[in-house]
Structure formats: structure tokens, C-alpha cells
Ligand binder design. Structure first.
Ligand SMILES: Cc1ncc(COP(=O)(O)O)c(C=O)c1O
Length: 382
């Protein structure tokens, strides 16, 4: 149906082999592969970082809030432009989500200034997102949060191995939360990773992941434990060995595939520079090494987005929206969310074009030619 689809897996026989070997090994729940995945992932991020593999990115965000004891009566500042998981986890722990606006129309990330504008005496934590894989301005945000004694959680779902001034995203705050959902730069289907440099927080999160138990099934299998204690309440947010095995293969591919994404994005930017009704954000940023998770563009307000999406579809090009505004979802219409004018405007006009590491430059050209035809030729005639 699609000539160019939004996303394709970067999988080959290596992932299949890893799953088969794991199944054949006879051990499929969280065990040694998962430990290896955690170790290699934390090594990629830097020294002295603990990593905990979990069943999803959402599980990692939820676990982070619980480990930090965020609860009813607390406010958590989150980006106004992000995936619904960020607001959901805040609501799930009973806290109040407060929205921080995008910095501007070039950098859609939240900033120290847009966070500071929302701080109150009830603010306990900030969850930021390195949108599309472009790191936030971490120096200023870290300074702000430390100065005000506010916890900082980095949602790095878009940003595995992205760096700010050479330091990996996920290592600036109290917790870094990664997603390995299907369309992510590192993809295992469903999975996540929580990272921290604080031993006490890490231990709490580890217990929480597995019912608050002090020993795993694997420990009993290996004869390392006969029984277990339960030291706190918890859930089952464990990953399994098949997904960790895929994660290890994907981790090996990550740097190369992130570089491939960069080449594709550069081609997009070159191709689209002549089209007047499109703005490509996140250009000329300083101090960052992005990982190009998605390729978002901003349409001029003169363009009817639904019409444009449908014309692209007729030409075989799949596109998507990152993200609709929270206030437009039924669940959040009446909860008194504060407004965030830039994010709300971007939410109306954003369009995400296809991007994945196995995409060819010809495919990028085809997407751009289709856009040119619709916006520069057809609209002249209309
Ligand atoms: C910014 C952001 N945060 C959180 C998540 C949640 O991750 P998961 O789907 O692994 O639960 C996603 C993924 O879709 C995301 O894009």
C-alpha cells in the first residue's frame, strides 16, 4: 500500500537467531541476557550508571515517579508537546501534571525558562523529553532543578545515545527513562530501561520492578536463594530474555543506525529548503549530538493538514502527527490543564515524515518530490 512507510524495523537474521538461541536455552524470563543488556546499555551511557531493564518505557517513567515518592498533592512539570505516557504516569501516581511550553518554533524542547514559569511551592519533579532525539539545554535545566531542589527525570524515549556537551542523555537527572517500543531507535517490540546514578533510588526501582522481592526466579533456579523477602510493594514490570536478546543485537547496531538517520535527515533538509510553506525545526543547535528519532516538520497555517496527509497518502507516502495536544483528548479535556501556546500551535501544524535507518536516499527524495508536487504545483493550480 505504501511506497514509503513511516517506519521499518532495522532487523535481519541476527535478531531471529538471538531469539531462537534464547528460546532454545530453556530460560526465557528475566535472567542473564537481561543483565548483560543492562550492563552494555549502561556502559554506552558512561561510568557508574545503573541500568534496570523493564517491560516498557512507560513502566520506567512510572517506576521513577514511585521511587521518588511523587504522590497526591505534588505537581510534576512535563512538556506540553509529548507522548501521552508522560501525563498518564503523573496522573497514575495521583500527582498534578503542569505543562511547560516549547522553547520556540525552532527548538520544540522545554527550556529552563519555560519550566521556571510553571514552578510553584508544590513542584516536586520535572519530566523532560529530548524531542525527536534532540537534547534539551541540560546545563540550565540541571542548574534550575538543583537550585530549587526539584527532582529531574529525563524521558529519553527518543534519545538513546544522544549527547549534550558530550554527556549522554539520561545521565543528567535523578532518572533517565528509555523506551524500546517498535518504532524506537533501539527496538525490541516492547521494552524499556531505567537508569540512575543513585544507589538507593536504583535499589527501590529494582525492588519495585519485581513485586518488592529480594530474589528472582533465576536466583532460586541457580541455587543462590531458597526463598525471598518482600521489602516494599511492587508490580511486575520485568522484561523477558527474548527481548533482552534482541536488545543486545539492536544495541550493537545503534551507533551506525543513528548515523544513517543523520544522513537521511540532512538530505531531507536540503531537499525541503526550497519549499516555502514548510519549516524544519531543530536547526543550528549548539552543543548537541542528536539521534534523529523522527523527522518532524511544521506546516504553514495556510495548509490544511488533513488534506495534505490525505494527498500524501494518495501518493503512497505515510505520515504521522507528534503529538496531538493533551487538551484535545477526552481524558484530559476537563482536568484544568494550563495552556502552552507554542506547543498547542505546533500540535495543530506538525507533520512527521518517514524516517528509519534502512530508508534509502531515493526514498527521501520521493517523499520530498511528492511534497513539492502537492505544495508547489497543485496548490498553484487550486
Ligand atoms: C516521548 C515518549 N515517552 C514515553 C513513551 C512510552 O514508551 P513505551 O511505549 O515503551 O511505554 C514513548 C513511546 O512511545 C515516547 O515517545
Amino acid at each position: 500500500m505504501w511506497k514509503v512507510q513511516l517506519f521499518k524495523l532495522n532487523y535481519n537474521e541476527k535478531e531471529s537467531k538471538a531469539v531462537k538461541e534464547t528460546v532454545d536455552s530453556g530460560w526465557i524470563t528475566m535472567g542473564e541476557k537481561s543483565r548483560e543488556f543492562e550492563e552494555k546499555f549502561s556502559n554506552m551511557l558512561g561510568d557508574n550508571i545503573d541500568a534496570i531493564a523493564l517491560s516498557s518505557g512507560t513502566a520506567s517513567l512510572h517506576t521513577a515517579l514511585l521511587a521518588l515518592d511523587i504522590k497526591a498533592g505534588d505537581e510534576v512539570i512535563i512538556p506540553a508537546l509529548t507522548f501521552v505516557a508522560d501525563i498518564n504516569v503523573v496522573k497514575m501516581v495521583g500527582a498534578t501534571p503542569i505543562l511547560a511550553d516549547c522553547g520556540d518554533y525552532n527548538s520544540w524542547n522545554i527550556t529552563a525558562e519555560s519550566i521556571e514559569a510553571q514552578i510553584s511551592s508544590k513542584t516536586k519533579a520535572v519530566i523532560l523529553v529530548h524531542f525527536a532525539g534532540y537534547p534539551c539545554e541540560m546545563d540550565k535545566i540541571v542548574e534550575l532543578c538543583r537550585g530549587r531542589e526539584i527532582f529531574l527525570i529525563e524521558d529519553c524515549a527518543h534519545a538513546p545515545d544522544a549527547r549534550y556537551k558530550g554527556k549522554a542523555c539520561g545521565t543528567f537527572g535523578d532518572f533517565g527513562c528509555f523506551s524500546f517500543f517498535t518504532n524506537k531507535n533501539l527496538s525490541v517490540g516492547e521494552g524499556g530501561m531505567l537508569v540512575s546514578q543513585d544507589e538507593e533510588l536504583t535499589l527501590k526501582a529494582k525492588y519495585f520492578r519485581s513485586h518488592g522481592m529480594t530474589a528472582l526466579t533465576l536466583d532460586r533456579h541457580k541455587g543462590r536463594a531458597i526463598s525471598y523477602d518482600v521489602v516494599q510493594s511492587g508490580l511486575n514490570y520485568r522484561i523477558d530474555e527474548m527481548r533482552s536478546a534482541i536488545g543486545l543485537v539492536q544495541l550493537e547496531k545503534l551507533k551506525k543506525s543513528n548515523r544513517k538517520r543523520e544522513v537521511l535527515v540532512k538530505r531531507y533538509i536540503d531537499n525541503l529548503s526550497d519549499i516555502k510553506d514548510i519549516l524544519v525545526p531543530f536547526q543550528d543547535l549548539k552543543d548537541v549530538e542528536p539521534v534523529y528519532h523522527i523527522f518532524p516538520i511544521l506546516l504553514s497555517s495556510k495548509i490544511d493538514r488533513v488534506w495534505f496527509i490525505n494527498r500524501l497518502k494518495e501518493m503512497g507516502i505515510q505520515s504521522s502527527i507528534h503529538y496531538p495536544a493533551f487538551k484535545d483528548f477526552t481524558a484530559f479535556k476537563d482536568i484544568g490543564l494550563n495552556s502552552a501556546p507554542i506547543a498547542e500551535d505546533i500540535a495543530q501544524r506538525e507533520l512527521t515524515l518517514p524516517l528509519y535507518p534502512t530508508m534509502s536516499l531515493d526514498e527521501v527524495d520521493l517523499v520530498c518530490e511528492s511534497i513539492y508536487k502537492i505544495l508547489e504545483v497543485e496548490r498553484e493550480i487550486l
